[in-house]
Design a protein around this ligand. Structure first.
Ligand SMILES: [Zn+2]
Length: 162
């Protein structure tokens, strides 16, 4: 009788662990390493202002955000998925009131997409891993790139250098 009980609990344990495993794989990333979640899932786990910016393309107010004049040394990662997006080494004072970088952390960190909202033609910047809206790219940045990645603080988390 006892052996039967152990057998059943072992089988139950197997079923349970395989369920949670497949679910976490489904929720976090697919084979390409991309993080894909439904809007409902993002809404449940992100603060409201972060959800509005990263999933609905909203813009936070200039000068009233966490990192516009922050000078700590380290990396800025995606608020939603944690991928490293920008380094403090590439941050510069743009005077715009938003954190500004002249280049991304590497070639694969961010995606560029044409944005024609508000009657303007702009280049939208997205996290390449979870497609979070980060900000826009302008061509009035400093050397060496001449680029300005104008980013919403709320789409970022700061990881200080160790
Ligand atoms: Zn991301």
């Amino acid at each position: 009788m006892q052996t039967l009980f152990f057998k059943i609990s072992f089988i139950l344990l197997l079923i349970l662990s395989s369920c949670t495993q497949s679910q976490s794989q489904m929720n976090t990333s697919n084979k390409s390493g991309k993080v894909q979640k439904s809007n409902e899932e993002w809404k449940a786990e992100l603060p409201e202002n972060v959800y509005k910016i990263t999933r609905e393309g909203a813009t936070e107010p200039a000068f009233h955000n966490a990192f516009w004049n922050y000078t700590g040394e380290g990396n800025y990662v995606c608020y939603a998925c944690g991928q490293i997006l920008f380094s403090s080494a590439n941050k510069f004072k743009s005077g715009s009131g938003w954190p500004s970088f002249y280049m991304a952390f590497n070639d694969s960190a961010v995606l560029e997409q044409k944005d024609t909202s508000f009657g303007m033609i702009r280049t939208e910047i997205l996290c390449s891993r979870c497609n979070a809206h980060l900000g826009h790219l302008f061509h009035d940045g400093p050397p060496p790139s001449g680029l300005r990645y104008c980013i919403n603080s709320a789409s970022l988390k700061f990881k200080p250098q160790k």
